[in-house]
Design a protein around this ligand. Structure first.
Ligand code: ASP
Ligand code: MG
Length: 470
């Protein structure tokens, strides 16, 4: 089970997690992966950045982080019996020494005015470490057989600080032998509180799995231990058919195929870190998305196999603040190797391509990127394609800002004629202009680009067109 930042943000929410854990079947033992309290990772990054730029206010920010952990501790350990007081002292000791370490590292950053990605990973790790230490200690005072586990000892990665790549072979072995040693065959009633998000490289230096990486941590542990289920506990009822802030009639999708879930997550449904699905699929373990604020609700189940959407589509996702780069020129027509040059240039610019479309006239190639990466990409393209530009084979590299990708997703679309017609008819009727269109050959995703001002209307007309009964 993984609990996200909102689900463990204070003492009240930690008690709610305890209540959920108590309803579980603990015969086989339970691994619980928790995030930092909501907002703490952001604050840790902010503190490190302030320290790096010589702003003394970083110290205040660290204190405010500490205050939140301390308040939760005071609340959770309010008991007055001798045992409880001793338990509180012990927990307080563990947390304080971590806090001192965190202060010292930040002081170091302040002194040398430099915070590498490696140091930042170490700074960020405190959010998960403090919180899981606290929760494990609290669980013990309420008679759960709980231990704190630092995932840095178990998840092995490379050196890509900030978003490290997992070495699955080593990680699975280490996790399995750890639990074998500590739990043996007597797993009944045992609960391990594991830090999400953090890992370590081969030398034991702290790394992280990328923002929102705790979902991924949970899937890694689930896969290593061949869990029956991987549950991602969050603050919504499941994966929704569209963003509920925009589409009032959005509903929870009960079942999603693995491919649909990947497409939805990739294109902006924020419920799940997209990597989470990889280890789960490989070991054929279903992932559930559940709501901590309403644990009775069934949630969404993601698993391999046939999707059960009643409509021809399953859901809508959208990604705002993207830009289009258009590479136009007569020389693109029939000339071999131009596309290769283009994509090499994008790779050199170190930008991520979200969507590609080429008209069959071959007169232009259009690529969609995150808006904040466009300037860099255009500059690199102009340098890399200089000879083509000079020879007029490429006439221009244009850039359209502030647009949005909408993605219509569903496994039922495969082989079903008329879905694209229905999509663009609905948009046409609403007078919405479409700038770019692409369909993956998996036929599970039709994506198109619109202007951001049409966001609300586009999602609503499509939702109404495909889910008329809701
Ligand atoms: N605490 C980390 C973050 O905010 C990881 C997570 O919550 O999943 O990105
Ligand atoms: Mg999350």
């Amino acid at each position: 089970m993984k609990f996200g930042g909102t689900s463990v943000k204070d003492a009240g929410r930690i008690r709610a997690v305890e209540a959920i854990v108590r309803t579980q079947d603990l015969t086989e033992g339970l691994v619980v992966v928790c995030s930092a309290m909501k907002g703490i990772t952001d604050d840790l990054i902010k503190a490190a950045t302030l320290a790096e730029s010589g702003e003394l206010s970083y110290a205040k920010l660290l204190e405010s982080i500490w205050k939140r952990q301390q308040e939760a501790l005071d609340d959770l350990f309010a008991g007055t019996s001798m045992n409880q007081k001793e338990a509180k002292l012990a927990a307080q000791g563990l947390l304080s020494s971590m806090y001192r370490e965190m202060q010292e590292i930040c002081n170091g950053v302040f002194l040398i005015r430099e915070c590498s990605l490696r140091s930042l990973d170490l700074m960020m790790s405190f959010g998960e470490r403090l919180n899981n230490t606290l929760i494990a200690a609290y669980f013990r005072t309420v008679d759960l057989d709980a231990v704190f586990v630092d995932a840095r000892e178990l998840i092995a990665t490379d050196d890509s600080f900030g978003s490290a790549v997992v070495d699955f072979g080593r990680t699975y072995d280490t996790i399995q032998s750890f639990f074998h040693r500590h739990w043996g065959h007597e797993r009944k009633g045992k609960v391990a509180l594991v830090t999400g998000f953090v890992a370590a490289n081969a030398e034991g230096i702290t790394t992280t799995l990328g923002r929102n990486g705790s979902d991924y941590s949970a899937a890694i542990f689930g896969a290593a231990l061949k869990a029956s289920d991987i549950e991602i506990w969050t603050d919504v009822d499941g994966v929704l058919s569209a963003d509920p802030r925009v589409v009032k009639k959005a509903f929870v999708i009960p079942d999603l195929s693995v491919e649909e879930a990947m497409e939805l997550c990739y294109f902006g449904a924020e419920v799940l870190h997209p990597y989470t699905i990889i280890p789960a699929v490989e070991k054929n373990i279903p992932i559930w998305i559940k709501n901590t604020f309403d644990p009775q609700k069934r949630g969404t189940r993601i698993a391999a196999g046939v999707p059960t959407s009643l409509s021809s589509i399953t859901g809508l996702a959208s990604m705002q603040n993207v830009g289009i780069i258009n590479i136009v020129g007569g020389g693109l027509m029939g000339t071999k190797g131009v596309a290769a040059k283009l994509f090499v240039a994008f790779a050199k610019a170190d930008v991520n391509i979200i969507m590609i479309s080429q008209a069959s006239s071959e007169h232009s190639i259009c690529v969609v990127l995150r808006e904040d990466e466009c300037a860099k990409a255009v500059a690199t393209l102009k340098t890399e394609l200089a000879s083509l530009l000079e020879g007029k084979l490429v006439s221009s590299v244009e850039w359209v800002k502030s647009v949005e990708i909408v993605s219509v997703i569903g496994a039922n679309m495969r082989g079903l004629p008329g879905v694209a017609g229905q999509i663009f008819a609905a948009l046409g009727l609403a007078g919405i202009n479409v700038l770019v269109i692409a369909q993956g050959s998996s036929e599970m995703n039709v994506s198109f680009v619109i202007e951001q001002k049409d966001h609300h209307q586009a999602l609503n007309v499509l939702h109404a067109a495909f889910f008329p009964e809701v």
